[in-house]
Design a protein around this ligand. Structure first.
Ligand code: ACO
Length: 310
């Protein structure tokens, strides 16, 4: 059976915060942020919008694009590190709000790689015919855990949500290969502290990511016996344009063949990949039959990549 993505959706908070705005809060400047990270602005959710609200709106878009009725969702997986509450899960909140009463629901914790873990988990359920349609959401309201006194992290992050419906697709299409990985010994480099704030050793995470992203990208292509020239489009985790470019350059593809929402949205953790995917689909950058690679990494440390025929 071929398992792939039937529809995508995303939600963007309306409040735009530019680098210039951040200059008024911390000792930073637009030039530093742009040249080191590629970020120009980010979206921050208002106080009355929590992670489950963004997840719900992203889900509506994905269900509409997939033309799936809520009653036909068998499982809801939400990748997040910023759940509204530890329990009930965001997945249960979304289930209730959608009225998807036939769906099981749970959250997945793999930080920025969470959406990759989500779609691969979904694929297993569909492949075994246990479930037909799995709604996978990546949603994070990182502004809840930003330390606004730490200029090395607060400038990087934003809020948002993206979603995909995973189900059976036509012959030759869908997820062709994948890689998931973790290295718990790197947990100390990216975590939430006792004040519930994000702490990052930027240099260590950078070193890990700039090696892992290109490696995982190439691994999922090699598994297929394809060459890197076969790749039509890359959707990387949006953490830093320099890390993303490292993966892109390993494939030898031009910048227009890579989703780069980081300029407008910053790093949205588990939401980055599905948001970038959904936006690329809507903008017509991903075409029927394209070979695309999704690749991400995050706190844990975790990573994951997927090669997929659209
Ligand atoms: N504005 C101005 N100066 C700054 C800022 C800022 N916002 N932040 C740090 N600096 C300063 C530092 O203090 C340092 O000054 P010093 O040399 O006087 O000590 C200088 O800039 C250089 O700092 P570095 O940390 O070496 O800068 P680097 O080039 O490594 O860039 C960055 C930092 C952008 C964080 C980079 O390390 C990076 O991208 N790391 C990976 C981040 C990542 O991928 N995170 C993903 C996980 S987070 C999540 O997904 C939720």
């Amino acid at each position: 059976m071929n398992v792939g993505i039937l529809g995508t959706g995303h939600y963007l908070p309306t409040k735009i915060v530019t680098n210039k705005d951040l200059e008024k809060i911390v000792d930073t400047n637009d030039e530093w942020i742009r040249t080191r990270t590629g970020i120009e602005e980010r979206r921050l959710a208002e106080d009355d919008i929590d992670t489950s609200d963004m997840a719900y709106h992203a889900a509506l878009g994905a269900l509409e694009e997939a033309a799936i009725d809520v009653d036909d969702i068998d499982l809801i997986l939400v990748a997040t590190v910023t759940a509204d509450t530890p329990f009930p899960s965001v997945a249960c909140m979304v289930q209730e709000r959608l009225g998807a009463m036939n769906a099981a629901a749970m959250d997945i914790g793999a930080a920025c790689a969470g959406f990759m873990y989500g779609i691969i988990t979904a694929k297993q359920f569909v492949e075994t015919k246990a479930y037909k349609n799995v709604l996978v959401i990546g949603a994070d309201k990182l502004s809840k855990i930003i330390n606004w006194e730490d200029r090395s992290t607060c400038v990087l992050l934003g809020d948002g949500a993206g979603a995909a419906v995973v189900g059976e697709v036509g012959e030759g299409k869908g997820i062709l290969s994948f890689e998931l990985g973790a290295n718990g010994s790197g947990g100390k480099d990216l975590y939430q502290d006792e004040n519930n704030q994000l702490v990052m050793n930027g240099r260590e995470v950078y070193k890990f990511a700039v090696r892992q992203m290109p490696e995982s990208t190439v691994n999922v292509i090699n598994q297929l016996g394809y060459s890197k020239e076969d790749v039509d489009y890359l959707v990387p985790h949006q953490a830093n344009i320099r890390i993303m470019d490292a993966a892109r350059e390993r494939l030898g593809i031009s910048p227009d063949k890579m989703a780069a929402t980081i300029r407008k949205y910053g790093n949205n953790s588990a939401a980055s990949i599905p948001m970038a995917l959904s936006e690329s689909v809507k903008e017509g950058k991903i075409k029927d039959n394209d070979l695309i690679v999704l690749v991400g990494f995050g706190g844990g440390l975790t990573w994951g990549a997927v090669a997929m025929r659209w």
